[in-house]
Write a new protein. Structure first.
Length: 336
């Protein structure tokens, strides 16, 4: 199951924060709070970061602010805009001064979760959630310190090593000596945890982290179902969700606005020309190999004509529905 993201279904912080702040709070309540924060960040990005042809763009919440009273902090805005720009900002400072924390609660969540771990045995999700929080907070030594505990629990140390290595990769892309130093430190801490195969692969850490963080999302949705009466109405099947999203994306599509020489591709544009990466991948995956091959050949053959048409638009602004569908159809052709 996946959830339908709607302003009315945004994850609240207060009930989970209150449960975690109680005296002698359980490990479960502190883990719930941490998972809820991670889910809420994904929600904010999904609602307010628009993936347009010119690159991702942050669009501020409209009034009333549905995130209040725990909206995006100034520091959270800094990190989010920096992540999108992948470039230096005027007030860029030392790495340790700017943790990635959109709502300002990750430090508390990590501290409370760590304290709860001292008296209770962690489940399979708990330590990776803590590694994720520490990665975002750039508490790199803390990840390395807990690696031994994770090895005793899991028998392997891929998870802490992956988060350290990912931190090193991200930090190395930032300009400035402070970031370079933090990246070097993360990699230095990660290296002893890697086996030879991992050390030689550029993608292994993401292959470790991706399925772990899918479990975070599943667990967070399960928490909301358990704690919040009525939340289940926002859950649906993957197929229904992506189908409804595609219908919404194509509702203004006008065949007559497509150049005549490209109109034979309109059915493919309506089927695969969607900007949501998981949705596009879902529909490609549901298509037979024979149909995918034929579609890819058609898209490739029409590629120059599509590019010529798209070049007439200002890509710094949102494209019309028809042009946007053909832009993403080109992407789909590469992915088939």
């Amino acid at each position: 199951m996946i959830r339908v993201l709607h302003p009315d279904s945004i994850t609240p912080i207060e009930p989970y924060l209150s449960r975690c702040r109680r005296a002698r709070a359980s490990l479960e309540s502190c883990l719930d709070f941490a998972l809820i924060l991670l889910l809420r960040e994904l929600e904010f990005v999904a609602l307010h970061v628009k993936h347009v042809p010119g690159g991702p763009k942050l669009e501020w919440p409209t009034e009333p602010d549905v995130w209040a009273p725990h909206s995006l902090t100034g520091q959270g805005q800094f990190w989010l805009e920096a992540d999108l720009a992948q470039a230096a900002l005027p007030d860029w400072t030392a790495a340790e001064d700017r943790p990635r924390d959109l709502f300002g609660f990750k430090q508390e969540a990590a501290d409370r979760l760590e304290r709860a771990l001292r008296s209770e045995r962690p489940g399979i999700t708990t330590l990776p959630v803590l590694f994720k929080l520490w990665r975002d907070l750039l508490r790199l030594e803390a990840i390395a310190r807990q690696a031994d505990r994770w090895a005793k629990r899991d028998g392997r140390i891929a998870a802490p090593a992956a988060y350290l290595f990912e931190a090193a990769s991200l930090l190395s892309k930032r300009p400035g000596d402070a970031w370079a130093g933090a990246a070097a430190r993360a990699e230095r801490l990660a290296r002893p945890l890697l086996n030879k195969r991992q050390a030689e692969s550029a993608l292994w850490s993401q292959r470790v982290i991706d399925p772990i963080e899918v479990k975070f999302l599943d667990r967070a949705l399960a928490v909301r179902k358990r704690v919040e009466p009525g939340f289940a109405r926002y859950l649906t099947t993957e197929a229904k969700f992506f189908a409804s999203e595609r219908v919404a994306a194509m509702k203004d599509f006008d065949d007559m606005k497509v150049p005549p020489r490209l109109r034979d591709l309109i059915p493919l544009a309506r089927e695969f020309g969607i900007g949501d990466d998981p949705g596009r991948a879902f529909f490609i995956g549901k298509t037979s190999k024979t149909k995918r091959s034929a579609a890819a050949a058609s898209i490739q053959a029409a590629g120059p004509a599509i590019d010529e048409w798209l070049a007439k638009f200002d890509h710094s602004k949102e494209l019309p529905t028809e042009a946007r569908a053909f832009f993403w159809l080109r992407e789909a052709g590469e992915e088939m």
